[in-house]
Design a protein around this ligand. Structure first.
Ligand code: ADP
Ligand code: MG
Length: 611
């Protein structure tokens, strides 16, 4: 049983695993490794996950869900095909797809995954991520923070020297900063800061607004379809700046063609308000880490948006140092997850790496507010950025005379009033009957390395009550219901059981043949695989039909050959199809619909790719 690492991203997800001392990627769609975190519903058929769903985003925006990770842990609902889905269920579909691809690729069952989450994810978001994994049939006991994963990847590249890192992870929907200290075999997260609503999507939005300004348009007045087109246009213009000096954006709307020019200078200006927010986050994290810019040895750039030249320039100017780029910025987190998957499996070479983490939010309980009795205030028990495991004990007294019990309400967050923080759970304990302020309970908070919060209360009579939080899993019935839903996800054609069986037959024939026959079978197999992977309905159907037909031919010729071996006569026609099939036929296939069948005239078309 293998353990894989998964970067479950807002925009893209990736899977990785550890083998022979290094990280490998799990192919998602053909030879691409990034799987767009997009789910789409196809009327009457089922769900699509990945590029196929992303491509339907413009024409079928109603039935497509994207960026749902931004709402993980909330009650937000997505309507697809007349039913509602939570961000957790949609994430489960993405995870399930990665698991299945990994099993397909590694040819073994995957039961466990190390999943990365933004450092700023709260307990609800983390526990929903675990539940999503559970729905997808994956055990995910250990979630690691995305920047911690990046630090792991850095460590493998740059060695074991003592360093202080600042990990800058700028993705599609989130920005995470982590102040990390590496010494000996320890990676310690000293502080985290971030914004769950600041990422490449916001840059796209700023570019769209710029485009509208330039053309006197109002974005909210554009037809829905044009708005979606503009969004796509903005993203591709932004990405194109990696290779070009300037890009002309062009959109036809309301019967006219609108244009705007985008270059680095312009983009820099457009991003100014976002850069302002980023600067604030640097102030925040340096203060929390009790450090200064000079205390940072290396700035590591992570995430797809870190590919932007303007972001690099901004950071260079802000910090006065050259940022470090570890290969493809959008794969660094998955790389760390892959390394950690290796640690989980106790692979010798990396077993000794230690990863410590911090509590991303303050945890505390609500206490009475003398100034305003209606609004309880937060009494912090474990401050944010405490190193895990962390534990703290405090004594609380009654506020009412002869009060019978104390209700301990547990919250997470930085706000003064508890109502503005996230409520996690509560427990109630009896207290001694005494005048106000004289009866007491001791409350202890313990936050362990797996992000599980244990709260225990003990009264003066020595009685105890306790509660475990952030470790909720789904009940059997819930799990069953979700699993039924997952079955509606459409398999990529090549992974359908019947096509798998068909390909296995071809490989069998290949194994048992030699010479020309063997080459022909190899060519057929390659052609069928290409068709099944083409992502185009017609080509898939052609591949399936041709496969069936050729298998029947192969069977027939095998039977004939066997008959001959047992002294029957070798009938004319044996191997005939193989004589016809040669590589030169390939070029003709696109024009002729006949292809390289058995000449029965029952041909099939091969679509040419004109895009
Ligand atoms: P997430 O971690 O949120 O899933 P990624 O790290 O994959 O996201 O980053 C996705 C973001 O990166 C998107 O906003 C995308 O537009 C942006 N991006 C990807 N490639 C480039 C590029 N070449 N230039 C600029 N931005 C890019
Ligand atoms: Mg990411």
């Amino acid at each position: 049983m293998a353990v894989i690492g998964i970067d479950l991203g807002t925009t893209n997800s990736l899977g990785a695993y550890w083998k022979d001392g290094m990280v490998h990627w799990i192919p998602m769609e053909d030879d691409r490794f990034l799987l767009p975190s997009v789910v789409g519903y196809v009327e009457g058929e089922g769900f699509l996950v990945g590029t196929a769903a992303k491509e339907r985003m413009v024409p079928y925006s109603e039935d497509t869900a994207a960026s749902f990770k931004r709402f993980m842990g909330t009650a937000k609902e997505y309507h697809l095909g007349g039913k509602t889905y939570t961000p957790m269920e949609l994430s489960a579909m993405v995870l399930e797809r990665i698991k299945r691809n990994a099993e397909f690729f590694l040819k073994e069952e995957i039961e466990e995954a190390v999943i990365t989450v933004p450092a700023y994810f709260n307990d609800k978001q983390r526990s929903d991520t675990k539940k999503a994994a559970q729905i997808a049939g994956l055990k995910a006991d250990r979630l690691i923070n995305e920047p911690s994963a990046a630090a792991l990847a850095y460590r493998r590249e740059y060695g074991e020297e003592d360093r202080t890192l600042l990990v800058f992870d700028f993705g599609g929907g989130t920005l995470d900063l982590s102040y990390v200290e590496c010494f000996d075999n320890v990676i310690e997260i000293i502080a985290v800061a971030g914004d769950n609503h600041l990422g490449g999507d916001d840059i796209d939005q700023a570019v769209s607004e710029y485009f509208c300004r330039e053309n006197g348009l109002r974005e909210d007045e554009l037809p829905k379809e044009d708005r979606a087109k503009l969004k796509k246009l903005s993203e591709s213009a932004k990405c194109a700046l990696a290779e070009k000096e300037d890009v002309t954006m062009e959109l036809e709307t309301g019967g006219r063609i609108c244009r705007a020019l985008l270059n680095e200078e312009r983009l820099f200006e457009i991003c100014m308000p976002l850069f302002g927010k980023i600067r604030q986050l640097f102030v925040h994290i340096l203060e929390d880490a009790d450090s200064r810019v000079s205390g940072i040895d290396d700035l590591i750039m992570v995430g797809g948006s870190s590919k932007l030249g303007v972001v690099k320039r901004f950071l260079r100017e802000l910090l006065g140092k050259e940022p470090i780029v570890l290969g493809e910025t959008d794969r660094v987190v998955a790389c760390g997850a892959g390394i950690y998957a290796g640690i989980r499996q106790r692979r010798e070479e990396i077993r000794d790496m230690l990863l410590t983490d911090v509590c991303p939010f303050t945890l505390g309980i609500g206490v009475n507010n003398k100034a305003n009795r209606d609004k309880n205030i937060m009494n912090p028990m474990i401050e944010r950025n405490s190193t895990l495991p962390a534990s703290h004990k405090d004594r609380f007294v009654t506020v009412g005379d002869y009060q019978k019990e104390i209700r301990i309400r547990i919250y997470q967050g930085e706000e003064y009033y508890v109502d503005d923080n996230v409520f996690l759970g509560e427990l109630t304990i009896e207290v001694a009957l005494k005048p106000a302020g004289q009866a007491w309970v001791d409350v202890q908070f313990t936050y362990d390395i797996n992000g599980i919060l244990h709260v225990m209360a003990e009264n003066e009579m020595g009685e105890r009550r306790q509660i475990l939080l952030a470790n909720q899993t789904l009940s059997e019935t819930e799990l069953e219901r979700y699993t039924r839903e997952l079955e509606k996800i459409m398999l990529p054609p090549i992974q359908k059981p019947e096509n798998q069986k068909m390909l296995a037959c071809f490989l069998d024939y290949y194994e048992n043949s030699t010479g020309q026959r063997r080459e022909t079978i190899a060519a057929m197999t390659g052609w069928i695989m290409a068709g099944l992977n083409s992502g185009r309905k017609k080509a898939v159907r052609n591949a399936e039909e041709a496969g069936k037909m050729w298998l029947a031919d192969l069977q027939r010729s095998t039977d004939m050959r066997e008959e001959f071996l047992f002294d029957g006569e070798l009938k004319a026609g044996y191997g005939g199809m193989f004589d016809d099939f040669d590589e030169t036929a390939e070029d003709e296939r696109d024009e002729e619909s006949g292809g390289f069948g058995d000449g029965s005239g029952d041909g099939f078309e091969i679509e040419t790719d004109e895009e």
